[in-house]
Ligand binder design. Structure first.
Ligand code: EPU
Length: 432
């Protein structure tokens, strides 16, 4: 049976046959949530910046379109991207691109800093719930910019941003990044307190420093940015994707196999790894790799609460719910970062999981044997989690709306196949 979208195009599907133990090594790709911001940061200086270890995923291609729309010349091959921003003429991010990928709004800070203006379509809500940008805008306004909104766009203007001391209401990843990029060429020294401390923020700071920025305190909750007159292009290698690493570690643990992820420092996943240990997963840490293995029958319930870094990452919440669905006992999973990140639960219940959602809590009754069914990916991480569930479900699981997975996982099924999973794209249902 062919699945057609409203536009009449064939929708890709992922077919997963459960039951195989996964084993082997998998190299993580560059982090999506760093690469996108580094691409935006390249707008700060005229000339050609070079980024290595850029993942070949849909969101990166969308950000490439955003930069090209502005007038940049972007080349991308074999994980290396060159961005020549000399010809950037436009400072507008249209609705079509922002609606496709929210991270498009990260061009706001760099455009105001370099050109004195940015006009960006307002992103609105998304599958994870309402996602405001008030902290981004309040910060830019405090730096002296005028912020106006009309016709679904927000417009920010300033001849030269002024340094400020600012305490963020919440350590928002996106707001921290936009304000950092805005502040690098502001007049004076900006102090940002209660900023996000995610490893991707540290990666962005490293790139900004190599472009000429003067930043102190990257990775702590207070950063000082001494404004400089101008920035120059630079070369940088994107750090490894901790969320991809966590996803494959859970795949290994779930199937009672042994999976080693390489190209990642265990310290960026400290709390996540400690939670896996509480479940009963064996974890071995090396300087640049992590191995997970375990015996499914020994797994037990563990409570998890998502929080900004160094807390448990919200981007691994859906995957851990799958693991807790097979661990014995009752676990409570609390989502503190997004308002609506349990959209996948009803799909997981279709596979046989027993989960009750109450507000931002999910009560997971584990020890369930899952069985394959047709499920829909509601978003990127939930899509990956449902694929993981398929690995342990009896029979075949068919994932629809897999374009969500393609936004953020490079060669997802190929990497799973390399570990021994039976996964294939489209084809006849359950030909596996
Ligand atoms: N928030 C506000 N006001 C703001 C900004 C954020 O209320 O001005 C709220 C949001 O509504 C949300 C919470 O704060 O409830 C967290 O938002 P944050 O700004 O920290 O997240 P983000 O920058 O929009 C990035 C990642 C997400 C990841 C979060 C949290 C990118 C492109 N996206 O989003 O990644 O979940 O940080 O770590 O970096 C994913 O990769 O699947 C993904 C969703």
């Amino acid at each position: 049976m062919t699945i057609r979208s409203a536009a009449g195009l064939e929708e890709p599907r992922l077919l997963v046959r459960g039951g195989n133990r996964l084993s082997g090594q998998v190299a993580v790709s560059g982090a999506k949530n760093s690469a996108l911001k580094l691409m935006a940061a390249s707008l700060l200086a005229p000339g050609t910046s070079v980024l290595h270890n850029v993942p070949d995923i849909q969101d990166v291609l969308t950000m490439q379109e955003v930069l090209e729309y502005l007038g940049a010349i972007v080349e991308f091959a074999d994980g290396t991207m060159t961005v020549d921003t000399s010809g950037v003429q436009s400072q507008v991010a249209p609705y079509e691109l922002v609606q496709r990928m929210r991270a498009s709004i990260q061009i706001m800070g760099p455009l105001v800093a370099r050109f004195g203006q940015a006009r960006v379509a307002m992103p609105g809500g998304c599958n994870l719930g309402p996602r405001k940008i008030d902290i981004h805008l309040r910060g830019l306004a405090q730096m002296g910019a005028t912020v106006r909104s009309d016709h679904g766009f927000v417009e920010v203007r300033s001849d030269r941003l002024q340094a400020v001391d600012m305490f963020l209401d919440y350590p928002s990843v996106g707001a921290t990044e936009n304000l950092l990029m805005a502040a690098v060429m502001a007049e004076g020294t900006t102090t940002l307190e209660n900023v996000a401390r995610e490893p991707e923020i540290v990666d962005l700071c490293k790139f900004l420093i190599s472009m000429g920025a003067d930043i102190e305190g990257a990775g702590s909750s207070t950063v000082k940015i001494h404004g400089v007159e101008e920035m120059h292009p630079a070369e940088h290698t994107v750090l490894g994707d901790r969320i991809e690493a966590g996803t494959f570690l859970i795949a290994g643990a779930l199937t009672g196999g042994e999976v080693e992820v390489t190209g990642i420092s265990p310290h960026v996943l400290d709390l996540f790894l400690s939670k896996l240990r509480s479940v009963g997963v064996r974890i071995e840490e090396n300087t640049r790799s992590i191995k997970a293995s375990g015996d499914i029958d020994s797994y037990k319930a563990t409570d998890v609460a998502t929080l900004p870094f160094p807390g448990f990452p919200t981007d691994l919440q859906a995957q851990v719910v799958v693991l807790l669905s097979i661990a014995r006992g009752v676990s409570v999973v609390t989502e503190n970062v997004f308002e609506n990140r349990f959209g996948f639960v009803d799909e997981l219940i279709r596979l046989g999981a027993e989960i009750r959602v109450d507000g931002n809590h999910a009560v997971v009754t584990g020890g369930r044997a899952l069985t394959g069914a047709i499920v829909r990916c509601p978003d990127l991480r939930a899509g990956a989690a449902l694929a993981l569930a398929g690995l342990v479900a009896e029979g075949c699981t068919e994932l629809r709306d897999v374009h969500h997975i393609d936004r953020g996982y490079e060669r997802f099924e190929e990497k799973l196949q390399g570990l021994g999973a039976e996964v294939e794209r489209a084809g006849a249902c359950c030909s596996l």
